[in-house]
Design a binder for this molecule. Structure first.
Ligand code: ADP
Ligand code: MG
Length: 317
């Protein structure tokens, strides 16, 4: 049985236990209790590496990094420090070590295959896609000389700007609607090398915008300038947007919140991505497996600025 299969089974068993032992912890309560973030996430990324995505990066009129950096808006974000874990209030808060593990697994994948654009998906709402996407983007840029672009592509329910305390517009929907160019929709805030595209003006036709071909152009122009592009998406069971976007990405991470969806539903969502570069599953809000790693890292806090081992820098301006 694969580790993902075991993890999903374990999540279902936890749900059964909670139903038996008392009320299930709801997402909103978890968000209120940062301590539960502590051991609330177990990254499991153990699938076979997949083929790279379909976007061809680079073009004759390719932007340079200097052009991008000088032209995007630098803004005063006001991140929610309860859920945005790496904005300076203590990079060793409970829960942060799991993000380091996830980061190093992604670097491991990248040693084997091209991996730059990563889609974050889940079966249903409130599993933690946006939480994982935003914190993953932050931990990636804490390494020296690593640039990340975080994109809120959940055009129906874009919320990343709220967590970051950043303006919601102009954003992705405005670009996809053809109203604005790519430099106008990018922002940067207090974290060096973390760039952000919010969802933008709420559109009437999100699926048509996502599928109209402009997202591919956008990624083709911007992805070469970054080491990582992290794309937050709507729930895969509800709408097709994530599957459409997965075609443009090098890898998909499936977020599963322990005890939220039945095992079969998660399996069906996983199958949707199996031919679409599925990297693996991030089990969110899991019960701690053991207290060992948490205690261990509580005593040993190595240097944050560890050097990445990857050589995936082709095309950076
Ligand atoms: N591991 C976690 N620890 C603490 N809060 C979490 C965790 N995962 C998700 N949350 C919170 O739960 C709520 C729902 O998560 P969110 O990322 O918005 O879900 P989704 O994007 O899948 O709809 C948000 O308030 C988020 O900050
Ligand atoms: Mg979300």
């Amino acid at each position: 049985m694969s580790r993902i299969h075991e993890a999903l089974k374990k999540a279902e068993e936890e749900k059964a236990n909670r139903a038996h032992n008392g009320p299930e912890v709801k997402a909103a309560e978890v968000a209120e209790l940062p301590a539960t973030t502590a051991e609330g996430m177990v990254p499991i990324v153990d699938e076979e590496p997949a083929a790279p995505g379909a976007v061809e990066v680079g073009s004759p009129d390719q932007l340079t990094w200097e052009e991008l950096k000088s032209q995007v808006r630098k803004l005063q974000w006001n991140p929610n420090t309860k859920t945005m874990l790496f904005f300076g209030q203590g990079a060793y808060l409970p829960g942060t070590e799991e993000f380091r593990t996830l980061r190093s697994r992604l670097h491991g994948f990248r040693a084997m295959q091209p991996l730059r654009t990563i889609l974050i998906s889940s079966s249903s709402p409130r599993e933690g896609k946006s939480f994982i996407a935003a914190n993953l983007a932050q931990i990636l840029v804490l390494q020296p000389d690593q640039r990340a672009l975080l994109i809120d592509a959940d055009l129906r329910w874009s919320r990343l700007h709220l967590s970051l305390g950043a303006p919601a517009t102009p954003g992705l929907s405005d670009y996809l609607g053809g109203e604005i160019n790519e430099l106008s929709i990018i922002q940067r805030g207090p974290l060096e090398n973390l760039y952000f595209i919010p969802g933008g003006t709420h559109p009437a036709n999100p699926s048509e915008l996502i599928a109209n071909g402009r997202l591919k152009d956008l990624l083709g122009r911007l992805a070469p300038l970054f080491d990582w592009v992290i794309i937050d998406t709507p729930p895969a069971m509800a709408v097709s947007d994530a599957r459409v976007m997965a075609e443009l990405c090098d890898g998909v991470l499936l977020v599963v919140s322990a005890g939220l969806e039945p095992f079969d539903a998660v399996q069906r969502t996983k199958q949707q991505f199996e031919n679409k570069h599925l990297l693996g599953v991030v089990l969110n809000r899991a019960e701690p497996r053991t207290s060992y790693s948490y205690k261990y890292y509580g005593y040993y806090r190595g240097p944050e600025k560890d050097t990445p081992k990857d050589g995936n820098r082709k095309g950076k301006g």
